[in-house]
Design a protein around this ligand. Sequence first.
Ligand SMILES: Cc1ncc(COP(=O)(O)O)c(C=O)c1O
Length: 390
Amino acid sequence: MPKLSPNLDLLRGESAYEVLARANELEAQGRSIVHLEIGQPDFATPEHIVEAGVRALRDGKTKYNPTLGIPEFRKAITEHIGETHGIEVSPHMVAVTPSGKTGLFLIVSAVAGAGDEVIYPNPGFPTYEDVIKLSGAVPRPVRLSETNQFSFDLDALRGLISGRTKLILINSPSNPTGGVMSEEDLRAIYEVIQDKDIWILSDEIYSRLVYDGLVRAPSIYSIPGVADRTFILDGFSKTYSMTGWRLGFFVFPKEFETRIDKLLVNAVGCTATFTQYAGLAALTGPQNDVIKMRDEFQKRRDFVVDALNAIPGIHCAKPRGAFYVFPNITETGKRSDELSRVLLEDAGVALLSGTAFGAYGEGYIRISYATSMENLKVGLERIKKAISVL
Ligand SMILES: Cc1ncc(COP(=O)(O)O)c(C=O)c1O
């Protein structure tokens, strides 16, 4: 039998999907499971966005469109970036993609290859490591530690940089920690790489899901001098509750438009046309649904953090972004994967081991609060009970 590329054997996948599959199996056996593993908002896509998508289909917007996106959508994205980052970008610097993940894959393959090294956060979004491996580059994890509010440890970062470092991935607010990097942290990271030929990929997919009065998370892109070497990665899944629409975009330095166009024309041709009209309505229409969702997430975060801190053996920092908390479970005496397995199999709570996000996630579990307050109450009660009898 012919063999598949050995590159595929390097991939780890995403454990959220595996946990979900096991939880579904248990549910099929009649078990009650509270789902705290899923990284998607539990809200419906706002009605005016759905309407715009449906209208586009009815209006016959069912054909191919320009590879980098429909012009009015690219323009709306540049206006959005201008408003949120305080930097003027042109539509020639925007690529619309069928999901943030596709953008991530394309940017890493555009920048890195065999012989290069790519630095990325650990614990971090599992796709980073897999995408780096697929590009042929060597993944270099930088540890995010709780003592440092899950921001980059600058000494660790300096120690990882070599003549082969090609790209550094930043994700704020972070999956899985929910941590938001301060402008000061971001400046410090830039200072470390300023005089080196290193690209930056700033994954800002959760940038508008921030709490405690923040309007959006600070971006490294806004620091003078950074834009020329930085890609912003963003998408509509989280901010507008559009995970199933598969719509994202990225911003790149202007001189690469032709080459990025060629990359996308080969990889995807173009992004679905009707979803772009929906995205246009999302960006240019009323934002009150985003604000409502954010306020609800903040209430849930406060509830979850307080409930976790009331459980002996668990300590949970209060993160300022995304919809995840990353409690420290070391005092329970269990390893992260053991505890998450016990909580799923015995207590009926699906959540993720910190190690699903890399080896430095040992000692933590990830809980998504993108589910109803009722579910959170039941889930936290079950966790408390299960931990009390360990
Ligand atoms: C940090 C991070 N980046 C990117 C993505 C990709 O999102 P999507 O492909 O739905 O746009 C996710 C999704 O979970 C994420 O957590």
